[in-house]
Design a protein. Structure first.
Length: 103
């Protein structure tokens, strides 16, 4: 079998979801690091621990959205370029095997 084209919107939705999940994971790590920074700042001085906490909460909210939008746009561009190139030189050759029916 040869994969001649990819659904642009389908690829964009999948890539957007994958990148949003990655953004959530990265945002969680950044939030954890900022909380640790806030704890360290609080031990040194009494006042400046709020900024890292706001940054950490912002990372959990902002990064999945930003990564999801970037992944969606990247999926559109990648699928469109693939379809253009596959139309000129042929698509990917796939060796697929049927799976056993699941009941």
């Amino acid at each position: 079998m040869v994969l001649k084209s990819v659904g642009v919107l389908s690829a964009a939705k999948v890539m957007g979801a994958v990148y949003a999940a990655m953004g959530l994971i990265f945002g969680a790590f950044m939030s954890l690091i900022s909380v640790l920074g806030a704890v360290a700042a609080q031990q040194e001085q009494a006042g400046g621990a709020m900024s890292p906490l706001i940054f950490g909460v912002g990372a959990v909210i902002f990064l999945p959205i930003a990564y999801g939008i970037g992944g969606f746009i990247g999926g559109i561009i990648s699928a469109a370029i693939y379809n253009l190139v596959a139309g000129m030189i042929g698509g990917l050759e796939l060796d697929l095997q049927p799976s056993a029916p699941q009941y």
